[in-house]
Design a protein around this ligand. Structure first.
Ligand SMILES: Nc1nc2c(ncn2[C@@H]2O[C@H](COP(=O)(O)OP(=O)(O)O)[C@@H](O)[C@H]2O)c(=O)[nH]1
Ligand SMILES: [Mg+2]
Length: 391
């Protein structure tokens, strides 16, 4: 799942790794020159009175060890008699050479804004190629940058891990922003809870309704289905097939009937029979179809759903994100379900949709059977995007 997202990240990791390597070797080079420089400074220092105790702080044994350990080719001071001698001598407190040393200390590196130009470019490319919407990619880059710049970073054996950890944090922050716990919501809401599913054709609305019904039944809720897609031939029958597989009542009218009336009846049925949740199907509609979008607004106005859920497919990438934005502008949605994440989705829409709509992703569809529904958890998604866990 999302294997292509991880592949695309390799450019970012490589760019950051090589920048760190470059920085370390530069700092070492300066530190190498330091010994020569010290000799020069020290020859002047000899003429000066004894230096104060700060000299010892300026070159602690720990930092010397670090520098030599990151550069095995460089002989340790003890191997070079005159350098060992230099170590014991007092030095100028204002030595420019100390600056270089502050960059790497105890195998740590401090990254500056200018070091990140290339890695950030590589990250932006990777995100765009993974269908992450531009404003979201920019936000991720801001987060990663502010995480990396100015802080001491342990270099460690794997410099790519620094890149990965930073991106992981940024994704978690962005994905957690609009989080809503669906289970808690259902639990706390007055019954029956009315949930309306909308979206374009073929994205998985009806299938998701059946999956959510089963999900709720597993938590001992009673569910009624409303056959609100009165438009497409065969839509009512499709929902009835699910209803009979799951043992659920399906409230329906004739094809061509008023969807709002069907949903209204389903809610009345739920009230009369003490059912907990009404899941209402609707016809697929394109956000560009003015009449059908008007009809959707009417359905929402009349039936007043507790949750209006937008369903789209993760494989549609940026198109799904754009549709979500336009549906949300037409009638404010409460959350999304992204289906078909199992079908080679790049991951971008899953990252972007909540950010763009400002509404949470509630579930991910991960296959065609009823159990193939995963409650959205930011950590779960990040683990899969970063390739550390399989679906
Ligand atoms: N692979 C995969 N297929 C799905 C998923 N969700 C729905 N589908 C399939 O997508 C097709 C359209 O689904 P349907 O529920 O009829 O879409 P609707 O027109 O929005 O109601 C069906 O073949 C479903 O089996 C999913 O999460 N993964
Ligand atoms: Mg349908």
């Amino acid at each position: 799942m999302f294997s292509r997202f991880k592949e695309k990240l390799s450019g970012f990791k490589e760019a950051l790794s090589s920048k760190i390597a470059e920085k370390v070797s530069l700092a070492e080079k300066i530190a190498g020159k330091k010994d020569d420089g010290e000799k020069e400074i020290e020859s002047h220092a000899k003429a000066l009175p004894e230096a104060d105790g700060n000299a010892a702080l300026q070159k602690s044994p720990a930092s010397s060890a670090t520098l030599s350990s990151t550069s095995p080719a460089k002989p340790s001071p003890s191997q070079i008699p005159e350098k060992a001698e230099a170590n014991n001598k007092p030095k100028s407190r204002f030595s420019f050479l100390e600056k270089a040393k502050s960059l790497i200390f105890e195998q740590e590196v401090i990254l500056e804004e200018k070091d990140l130009v290339e890695p950030m470019w590589a990250l932006e490319m990777a995100l765009m190629e993974s269908d992450v919407a531009l404003p979201v990619a920019e936000e991720i880059i801001r987060e990663v940058k502010s995480d990396l710049v100015g802080k001491k970073r342990k270099i460690g054996a794997d410099t790519g891990a620094i890149a990965e950890q930073s991106l992981r944090n940024a994704l978690l922050t962005i994905l957690s922003r609009n989080y809503l716990d669906f289970d808690e919501y259902i639990k706390s809401k007055e019954k029956p809870v009315k949930i309306l599913f909308v979206g374009v054709n073929g994205t998985g609305k009806t299938t998701s309704i059946a999956k959510v019904a089963r999900y709720l039944m597993n938590q001992s809720y009673s569910v009624v289905l409303a056959a609100g897609d009165t438009f497409r031939a065969g839509a009512i029958e499709q929902l009835e097939v699910h209803g009979s597989s799951l043992g659920l009542k399906v409230v329906k009218h004739k094809t061509g009937g008023d969807p709002a009336a069907v949903i209204f009846d389903a809610v009345e049925y739920a009230k009369a029979h003490n059912k907990d949740v009404v899941l209402a199907d609707t016809a697929g509609r394109l956000h560009t179809n003015i009449n059908l979008m008007d009809q959707m607004r009417k359905i929402v106005r009349v039936t007043k759903p507790d949750l209006l859920i937008f369903v789209d497919e993760a494989i549609a990438g940026n198109d799904a994100v754009e549709r979500a934005r336009l549906f949300n502008e037409s009638v404010p949605i409460d959350g999304s379900i992204l289906t078909k994440t199992d079908a080679d989705a790049k991951g971008g829409s899953a990252i972007s949709i909540a950010y763009i709509t400002g509404k949470p992703v509630l579930f991910l569809g991960v296959g065609q059977t009823y159990p193939d529904l995963v409650k959205f958890e930011p950590q779960w998604l990040v683990d899969r995007l970063m390739g550390e866990a399989e679906a």
